[in-house]
Design a binder for this molecule. Structure first.
Ligand code: ANZ
Length: 956
């Protein structure tokens, strides 16, 4: 029968598994699952309690990084991870687990907002349409989600709790001694009782309300501050560092970005730096992701050192206090608050020409240099390859170890936001300082003896020498000498000296910055914060949550002249006077008063910081999550000391921000006693990407991939030759393939199998539509092994399976089990294929136990066909909660293999042994063999070389 002529095939085999049959089966089972609530995972209590037997089983919480509901819908690359978690979740259900698997939507986002700006259509409308579209696309794939638990972050029921968590964070502070967050009321009590000194002395009650608010603001985990931020007038908004390109422009729109001081909400994530670092050790995450988080947090051990200047001091942070004797100048960040103070009216006598930048006075030089520095991003300022710039500010400080006068510069390679914003420059040890010293003709003093043969004469050096594995030289002063010590010892010695003399102290510095939490946007969670007439911030009481977004007429942030750094952002919410200005009774005893609402919104990261918790108890109107339910699904257990989701699958692009923010929120909620898990995601798995060929014409434009023809290894579009390269899949590259098109042609089970068979899940792989049919044929053969294509009758028989079939079956069971457990879906499919091919080759009707086991093996991968065949095999229930087959070990091992026993190189015996025999066991068996004993004839054995299971060589 020709497979290329479906019409003919249908006449001869009306019950063949075709795309039409697949489509019909799939739709029917999807309806069945919905109607039966097949994937409902019962909670131990509450409104989602159910099936007590299921709830008594061990739990598995399996989660995907939830999608942003894009208006363009899904292409076949998107569901790779969703299919993988679905297969895994199904396997876990069949091996005795109560499995929670669902999917929500991360639905606040810029695309919908920009569409709203352009069209005036409410972003909710487009977002909800996109969600509905995606829901139906996902449903078509047969994903076993507990739909009762799904939500979108834009639902007021959901963001009520995002706001509530914000208030928890706002109303808490980090107690460094207890090393945890505590309610702010406890800090106030400490100030009131005098247990904690009030900054600036005096008593707490003597402070005005505004002063108290300021003091508390210095401790709150969510606080407003006038932080230097990336202000992008062209977009009318502030941007996160990650949204700014290396050349200081907005990633979106390519507008210039300026550093501006704006009052913004921040999250004190830095308080958690150590715990975020330490707890990584206990997580089952890819090492590469852990490393990225460690680097992002960037813990550096070093020292703070005070450099005297005009009766005051400048404090620097250094990781190399051992090089203090090599500090020949200092650099402050251009924004450093002490710069103006130490900028005198005139250049001191004998100022080197290259230090002044050609300016008449130090103040001119500083002003000009600052103007230039504000137009650059931090990334750009730190870029290694660029020329070092800066100016002398006209003052000298004193190096505390040797009393030397050293000039003070400002330069943009020193960042205000790191360390103390000031450095001691050691040109011999630090490459940036080296380049700067060369450009400004500053002394370079060797203080660590080079180990690479370049010698100590720095005038011929081409770069700095920064090794830790060397000896300190030229470092003897009045009070302390480091000469001859190794770097590590020298660091310890000098730090001890700094502390003893009060000049400095050992300290730990982090690269991690507090998280800028305000956005000048409409489409985000409003802050549950109002300001009174004095400008003090007040939390809304819980009873006023959710604070819903108002309807507005204009969604756009106001944009300004892109080059005008001096403008201030104007948020869409601020134009809404009725919403902004309100009279409220906050229940704080002050009665009804006029307030002004915060008009920024939260960043898009907020909603994804805690969504795993809401899946657990999505309808709870009293609590974020019921503690008992949280404990059941997320609580700490053996091997998971901080608790967390059992498996979280998503792309490696979320290595830092999302995963770090979510960990931070988890820890705050944990500290405050709202949850028992201090980590959100115990195990993380990054899936690879599905790539696709991009075809480009001679001008470099992508052409529609489906219309490209291949001839003799070359590619043509409308007769013109085009190039082919592997790239991303997407609408813009004209190579997107929709899941619907594949479902239409083959069915969802085939699509699922194909995506899982393409390669190991963590590896990127190229999509090839032509190869999909291979998996379709596998399902057709599976079907044929159970169903007669002509009559539609089930062909299985109740006979004992043949020995070789039993072996093939149990090996497949054992292998598939291990593969599914280890998320090696591609090799699991290979094993199913092998078994299926075995049955086809043997021919004749398949015996019932074999057919049933095969169907169960396939069920996690291709659930619809498995349900259908299971039903045809006479079962009234669903495959979803059947027990996954267990291999009989007797059939798993191969039959015996022949082992040759040699004595002095000559074959003396052949033994039939198990292929799994151990070396020791094989040696015993060989030496006990009759023929071997006879051949040895009592000779002394010098050595026995065993290569299990095939060879034993005895040397006498
Ligand atoms: C002297 C020195 C000598 C340094 C030497 C390095 C090597 P990490 O490891 O990343 O923490 N630094 C300190 N604050 C800075 C700032 N705000 N902007 C730019 N650079 C800053 O780097 C710490 C080192 O970076 C510090 O140690 C300081 O230079 C510099 F052979 O001090 B070091």
């Amino acid at each position: 029968m020709s497979e290329t002529n479906p019409a003919a095939a249908e006449v001869a085999a009306p019950h063949r598994y075709t795309a039409v049959v697949a489509g019909e089966i799939e739709a029917r089972w999807q309806d069945f699952w919905d109607a039966e609530g097949t994937y409902a995972a019962p909670n131990p209590s509450g409104d989602l309690a159910g099936d007590a037997e299921l709830a008594a089983k061990p739990k598995k919480f399996i989660m995907d990084m939830f999608p942003y509901p894009s208006g363009t819908g899904l292409h076949v690359g998107h569901p790779l991870g969703y299919i993988a978690t679905d297969v895994f979740a199904r396997y876990q259900r069949m091996t005795g687990h109560n499995v929670l698997h669902t999917l929500g939507f991360d639905a606040f986002g810029l695309p919908a907002e920009q569409h709203a700006v352009a069209t005036g259509e409410h972003p909710r409308v487009t977002t909800e349409a996109a969600i509905n579209n995606m829901r139906s696309q996902l449903r078509r794939l047969g994903l076993g989600h507990d739909k009762r638990r799904s939500f979108a972050t834009i639902d007021p029921d959901y963001y009520k709790w995002t706001q509530w968590i914000f208030l928890q964070i706002f109303n808490s502070w980090y107690d460094g001694e207890a090393n945890k967050a505590r309610p702010i009321a406890e800090l106030i009590a400490q100030f009131e009782s005098g247990e904690r000194a009030v900054p600036g002395g005096g008593s707490w009650s003597a402070l005005s309300a505004a002063e108290r608010a300021d003091v508390l603001g210095d401790h709150r985990l969510a606080y407003a501050s006038d932080a230097p931020v990336n202000w992008c007038p062209g977009l009318g908004t502030v941007l996160a560092n990650e949204e700014v390109t290396a050349d200081g422009r907005s990633e979106r729109g390519n507008f210039p970005v300026f550093k501006a001081k704006l009052r913004q909400w921040n999250m004190r994530i830095t308080a958690y730096a150590d715990r975020l670092l330490d707890d990584l050790n206990e997580l089952d995450w890819p090492e590469a992701i852990k490393l990225q988080q460690r680097n992002w947090i960037g813990r550096s051990e070093g020292a703070r050192v005070d450099f005297p200047i005009d009766g005051e001091r400048i404090t620097v942070f250094t990781t190399r206090p051992d090089t203090l004797f090599g500090a020949t100048y200092m650099v402050l960040a251009p924004e450093h608050p002490l710069v103006d103070k130490f900028t005198p009216d005139a250049w001191p006598e004998g100022t080197h020409d290259v230090w002044t930048g050609g300016h008449a006075t130090p103040a001119d030089a500083v002003t000009a240099y600052r103007a230039q520095a504000t137009s650059k991003s931090d990334v750009e300022r730190q870029a290694e390859a660029k020329d070092k710039t800066g100016v002398f500010i006209g003052s000298y400080a004193t190096n505390p170890v040797n009393g030397e006068r050293i000039p003070v510069f400002i330069a943009d390679y020193v960042l205000m936001g790191y360390g103390t914003g000031a450095i001691m420059a050691v040109p011999a040890g630090d490459q940036r300082d080296f380049e700067f010293a060369r450009a400004f003709e500053l002394p370079i003093r060797c203080v660590v003896e080079p180990t690479d043969g370049r010698g100590t004469d720095t005038s011929i050096w081409e770069d700095a020498f920064g090794s830790y594995d060397a000896k300190v030289v030229n470092s003897a002063g009045e009070g302390v000498s480091l000469d001859g010590l190794g770097v590590v010892e020298a660091k310890a010695r000098i730090t001890e000296w700094l502390e003893r003399t009060g000049i400095g102290e050992g300290t730990v510095n982090f690269r991690l910055r507090d998280w800028l939490f305000s956005r000048q946007r409409y489409w985000g969670e409003p802050f549950p914060i109002v300001y009174d007439e004095d400008g003090a911030a007040h939390a809304l009481p819980e009873s006023m949550l959710p604070l819903e977004l108002p309807e507005v007429e204009d969604y756009s942030p106001r944009t300004f002249e892109p080059d005008d750094a001096d403008t201030q952002p104007e948020t869409p919410l601020s134009r809404n006077a009725d919403w902004v200005n309100v009279t409220l009774d906050l229940g704080d005893g002050r009665g009804p008063r006029p307030y002004r609402r915060e008009t920024n919104t939260m960043p898009n990261w907020a909603g994804s910081c805690w969504y795993e918790l809401r899946y657990l108890d999505p309808h709870n109107s009293e609590k974020l999550v019921d503690p008992q339910i949280e404990q059941y699904w997320m609580g700490p257990r053996e091997g998971q000391p901080h608790g967390g989701v059992d498996l979280y699958v998503g792309g490696a692009e979320h290595a830092v921000l999302h995963l770090l923010y979510a960990r931070f929120w988890s820890k705050v909620l944990f500290d405050l006693g709202h949850v028992s898990s201090a980590e959100p995601f115990h195990r993380l798995f990054n899936q690879g990407m599905i790539q696709a060929f991009v075809y480009r014409d001679s001008r470099g434009f992508a052409v529609p991939a489906t219309e490209v023809e291949e001839r003799d290894g070359a590619y043509y579009y409308q007769g013109e030759k085009v190039s082919r390269l592997l790239g991303k899949m997407g609408k813009s590259l004209k190579n997107a393939v929709t899941p619907e098109s594949i479902c239409e042609e083959y069915g969802a089970d085939t699509l699922r199998l194909y995506e899982m068979a393409m390669g190991p899940l963590d590896v990127s792989r190229p999509w090839d539509t032509r190869a999909v049919v291979g998996q379709f044929r596998l399902l057709q053969r599976l079907w044929r092994n159970v169903v007669d294509e002509a009559s539609g009758e089930v062909t299985v028989v109740d006979a004992e399976p043949a020995e070789d079939t039993l072996r093939a079956l149990h090996k497949a069971i054992e292998g598939v089990r291990q593969d599914l457990e280890g998320m090696r879906f591609n090799t699991a499919i290979a094993k199913v294929t092998e078994l299926n091919n075995h049955l086809t080759k043997v021919g004749g009707p398949v015996s019932r136990p074999v057919a049933e086991a095969l169907v169960l093996l396939v069920a996690p991968l291709a659930p619809h066909i498995a349900e259908e065949l299971w039903r045809k095999l006479g079962h009234g229930d669903s495959v979803v909660h059947q027990d996954f087959p267990v291999a009989d070990p007797a059939y798993v091992v191969d039959e015996a293999v022949t082992c040759v026993v040699q004595i002095k190189g000559k074959v003396k015996a052949r033994l039939e042994v198990s292929p799994a025999i151990s070396e020791a066991e094989l040696e015993k068996v060989a030496l006990a063999d009759e023929k071997v004993v006879a051949a040895l004839a009592g000779a002394a054995i010098r050595k026995v070389i065993v290569r299990a299971p095939k060879l034993v060589n005895i040397v006498t």
